[in-house]
Design a protein around this ligand. Structure first.
Ligand code: FAD
Length: 572
């Protein structure tokens, strides 16, 4: 009898393992605020070749960081659930081109299902937004983007938070109601329609000149790379295409760029900033630096001169707000839950693991790496190096840990590079003033006292996000191997080694397209190039960085179409 029961149980178990997806959805209906909320708990189980349950990895977001993680994840022993309100990846550096039709919206997006089907990992996608991360119970609460009443919970073994950031309005009154943003593909499409809308309305016969001037006043707020690139694209669109199509109103057009600090493109080399400012003056783009927007109404923008405090107003037809990013509300709530309430941005360690958690990773714009300071660990480093506990460290003892120090604290290498030193031993010798063979803890502290000045936060760019995604996927690919044979630096405050080497960012350079087929490029080693040659470099880099051959060919054909026929000004 018991053997027959066993057989039945085994057959049921086998069938369950063969068809795991059909088993796990428990639908509950709950009444909420008068409406019906469909509430489900997604408990999907899949098994590896030896019958052990696969580790569940939940990825929040399909932007640069999330997509890079998914593209590089090769280890089939994970069961991956992707949750994102958009079912595609968007190539954001080309969004300014989408606003004026140089490139079409569909040319810069790739369905996420297309991207993930290429590797052998089991990936499932849900178009939904996560509204709560429950770190204690290892669950994420999600809501469908198609039906806000449909909510579900997904549990995880590892969570990868790659939700990006939201636009920062600095709580400026009127911005949310009256300004357009340039963050998502939909934003770029809205801007494209609005520009043509302004031209069509201004061309109606009974509009006064004053009203015409207002309608064709385009204001860009924020002199960072996105604001500058958009202003340049808009200028090209107007001067190359629209003036020919709307000759009666062309003299009323004005583009203004407002920037609160004294210069635009502050993160670039001074030569690029100066060139960009001069080019904008030549092009007739009204550049107002030191000018902070304090209020936006439906037809006017109020700005305050930082130096004088004088407030003036600019009537406008379209305003685009591009002043930086802030943390999303769901991430703010999560930070409160894990004891990071006093921080502005979600902090991770150098392995991208969220501080205060074990199995949650955060990458891209939604997080920042909290680089450990050498001076916080200096006594532990000394103790580890001083193997014979003599109270002094010999150069030989020091040399045994020097690679681990450089690996664990990247600021050390930066500091040595800035001081033109080849090794940390030189730093010790310089600090002591002689070629000594031994140092005590105080001498050691004094030698390394300045290295932390080189701790830097990475910029919120696609480059950083993509590299972080690839790094984390590589760690996940080799998790078991590195568990057994750790390859990271020594743990100075504890015993053993870190499993992995910490994340290292490799800066490959940055571009600032300035319109008129001229681009500024700042490449590693502070190599600066401005003009038509960098424009060709920009074309080739951006074509090569596309995630698929489909988008690559679409983008290149859009550039050719635009070159031959100009941009399309239909308002659809
Ligand atoms: P994102 O790419 O923003 O992706 C976030 C993802 O999370 C999205 O899929 C989103 O739908 C999803 N998400 C949002 N909320 C939720 C939620 N509640 N639950 C689940 N998922 C959610 N960088 C460069 O290096 N070079 C450039 O030239 C450049 N140009 C840019 C031009 C523009 C117009 C913009 C807007 C940005 C540009 N950037 C550039 C910056 C770059 O796009 C960002 O740094 C990068 O997108 C960050 O990647 P991410 O994955 O962190 O976030």
């Amino acid at each position: 009898m018991s053997r027959r029961l066993n057989n039945v149980y085994e057959r049921l178990l086998r069938r369950f393992r063969e068809r795991p997806y059909s088993s796990g959805f428990l639908a509950v209906c709950a009444l909420s605020g008068g409406g019906v909320v469909a509430y489900s708990v997604a408990t999907r189980e899949t098994y590896d070749d030896v019958g052990a349950p696969k580790k569940k990895v939940v990825v929040l977001g399909t932007g640069w960081a999330g997509t890079s993680f998914l593209r590089n994840l090769k280890n089939p022993s994970y069961d991956v659930q992707v949750i994102s309100p958009r079912n595609y990846f968007a190539f954001t550096p080309l969004l300014p081109s989408v606003t004026v039709g140089t490139v079409e919206a569909r040319s810069v997006v790739e369905p996420i299902r297309n991207i993930v089907k290429k590797n052998n990992v089991n990936v499932n996608f849900c178009e939904a937004e996560c509204y709560k991360i429950d770190a204690q119970n290892k669950k994420v609460h999600c809501r469908s983007t198609k039906n806000a009443n449909e909510e579900f919970i997904v549990d995880y073994d590892y969570l990868v938070v790659a939700m990006g950031a939201r636009v920062n309005t600095f709580n400026t009154p009127g911005v949310e109601d009256h300004c357009l943003y340039l963050k998502e593909v939909e934003d770029a499409q809205k801007i494209r329609r609005k520009v043509i809308d302004c031209f069509e309305k201004a061309s109606l016969p009974n509009v006064s000149d004053e009203e015409r001037r207002r309608m064709l006043q385009f204001v860009v707020v924020g002199g960072g790379p996105t604001g500058v690139e958009f202003a340049a694209e808009l200028h090209d669109f107007v001067s190359e295409d629209l003036v020919k199509l709307y000759p009666t109103v062309k003299d009323f057009v004005k583009i203004s760029l407002l920037e609160a600090t004294n210069h635009i493109l502050n993160m670039f080399d001074k030569r690029i900033t100066t060139f960009a400012e001069e080019k904008f003056h030549r092009d007739g783009i009204d550049l107002k630096t030191g000018s902070m927007v304090v209020k936006v109404s439906d037809k006017e923008i109020s700005t305050k001169e930082i130096k004088t405090g004088v407030v003036s107003t600019i009537p406008y037809g379209m305003a685009v707000w591009s002043t930086g990013i802030a943390t999303r509300p769901v991430v703010v709530d999560f930070m409160k839950e894990i004891g990071q309430a006093n921080r502005r941005v979600l902090a991770t360690d150098e392995w991208l693991r969220v501080e205060g958690t074990n199995n949650i990773y955060a990458l891209g714009d939604c997080a920042t790496i909290n680089q450990r300071r050498v001076m916080e660990d200096i006594s532990s480093i000394f103790e580890k190096a001083d193997k014979n506990r003599s109270g002094t460290m010999t150069i030989k003892e020091f040399q045994e840990v020097v690679d681990d120090i450089c690996d664990r604290y990247p600021q050390v290498q930066l500091y040595l590079k800035n001081k033109n030193m080849s090794s940390l031993v030189d730093l010790l010798k310089e600090s002591k003033g002689d070629a000594t063979k031994e140092v005590n803890v105080d001498e050691f502290k004094s030698a390394l006292s300045q290295v932390d000045s080189q701790v830097k936060n990475f910029p919120a760019t696609a480059q950083v996000a993509a590299q972080e995604g690839a790094y984390l996927a590589d760690c996940f690919n080799r998790m078991d191997k590195c568990e057994k044979r750790p390859e990271g630096p020594i743990r100075f405050r504890e015993s053993g080694r870190h499993r992995f080497r910490p994340f290292r960012y490799k800066h490959l350079g940055q571009f600032a397209p300035l319109g008129g087929e001229q681009t500024a490029a700042q490449l590693p080693g502070d190599w600066v190039s401005i003009g038509h040659s960098s424009q060709w470099l920009w074309y080739s880099v951006y074509a090569s960085k596309q995630v698929s051959w489909r988008t690559r060919s679409l983008v290149v054909s859009d550039w050719m179409r635009c070159f031959i026929f100009g941009r399309d000004s239909s308002q659809i």
